[in-house]
Design a binder for this molecule. Structure first.
Ligand SMILES: [Zn+2]
Ligand SMILES: [Zn+2]
Length: 371
């Protein structure tokens, strides 16, 4: 095994170098030997890795102290030491530095074989359901106009059998690096508009776009208990990405048409239960039908006040988060007839007279209006 080179001499520094010196020296070497600037140059790649390894140690306070004390041996003994097998690891470790020099993509940069993939857009869609459908759940078919990967060229944008060619200016990276004094920055390559590649034989179906816009019918499963304004995410059903980039998501917003009889109150299903005065006073037992068609026996208590809530536990909207369901709630109301037969009117007046002494407190002032 050949003797390992001293990390300081790799970076061209003395042992007394400051943190800033180390960073600056590494930056300079990394710029010079970076694989993107020296394609297929094994020597440059070796120097780049060497410099990176040196910086990985000397750029870290603890590791540098250990190295100063024990040399290379001390580094191998440590459990946190690892040598980098490939340059992707290096990029992800040093993205803080490469983020500046080689653009945002540096951390993940790989030698690509085609144009820069981009992610497809998220799309929004609205679906309207009835309150009953929100209670029991449903499936809805929606027709979505979105980008899908071009089948003819398999998302490559090229005529079958043809490939994209790397841009001569940026060698496929899509960006070029500018240096001004100590500062270096990258910008999209103007020769290829940042694509990195040019397509000289575009696919006839998508005209080199790698994706096409089409209507697609999708079935959306809407869970029981869905609330108004909820966004359902349908993964990867937004626009397809370009050049095999990831697809966006489709967000389906749920709108709910009001029901004539039933309302939602949190997870409760609420309905007015209109009763006669006699039913309210004497109590009653009746069969009622809920929104989902199920029937329930409702017991109206004796002397039931208007606004009293009769609760049937667990028959409301299922909870989307957690378990169980809200309640089915009937609110007692009193039916007030607008017209009465003379017979009914007589009976009502007779009744009123019969209970006169019980209601003396509330009568008094109003008495003269009766009859
Ligand atoms: Zn270019
Ligand atoms: Zn195509």
């Amino acid at each position: 095994m050949s003797k390992k080179k001293d990390y300081y001499s790799i970076l061209g520094l003395e042992k007394t170098a400051s943190d800033a010196d180390i960073k600056k020296a590494y930056r300079k070497l990394a710029m010079q030997h970076h694989p993107d600037r020296n394609p297929n140059d094994k020597k440059a790649e070796g120097l780049f890795k060497e410099a990176t390894e040196a910086y990985e140690i000397l750029g870290d306070k603890d590791k540098r102290a250990r190295y100063d004390k024990y040399g290379h041996e001390g580094m191998h003994a440590g459990s946190d030491y690892h040598s980098y097998a490939n340059s992707n690891d290096i990029f992800s470790q040093f993205s803080d530095i490469f983020g500046n020099i080689f653009g945002q993509q540096a951390g993940r940069q790989q030698r690509r074989s085609g144009p820069t993939p981009t992610q497809g857009h998220d799309l929004a869609y609205e679906v309207t359901i009835s309150l009953k459908e929100a209670l029991v759940g449903c499936k809805k078919e929606i027709k979505v106009y979105h980008y899908i990967p071009c089948d003819t060229c398999k998302n490559t944008g090229c005529k079958p059998g043809k490939t994209a060619t790397a841009c001569g200016t940026c060698h496929g990276s899509g960006s070029t690096t500018m240096q001004q004094g100590f500062f270096a920055f990258s910008q999209p390559c103007h020769a290829c508009s940042g694509n990195g590649f040019t397509i000289s034989d575009p696919c006839a179906t998508c005209r080199g776009q790698s994706r096409v816009q089409k209507y697609e019918t999708l079935t959306v499963t809407i869970p029981a208990g869905i609330y108004r304004g909820a966004d359902l995410r349908i993964t990867n059903k937004g626009d397809a990405g370009t050049f095999a980039g990831p697809a966006g998501n489709l967000y389906v917003k749920v709108s709910i048409t009001p029901d004539a009889n039933f309302q939602r109150r949190d997870n409760d299903l609420v309905c007015n239960l209109t009763l006669t005065y006699a039913q309210l006073v004497l109590g009653a037992q009746l069969e009622v039908e809920s929104l989902d068609g199920s029937t329930h026996t409702v017991k109206v208590p004796k002397g039931c006040p208007v606004g009293h809530e009769i609760v049937i536990v667990g028959k409301g909207f299922p909870r989307l988060q957690g378990t169980g369901a809200g309640n089915l709630v009937y609110i007692a109301q009193c039916a007030i007839p607008k017209k009465l037969s003379s017979e009914a009117k007589e009976a009502l007046l007779a009744y009123d007279k019969a209970v006169e002494h019980e209601n003396s407190g509330i009568r008094g002032f109003f008495k003269k209006f009766l009859g």
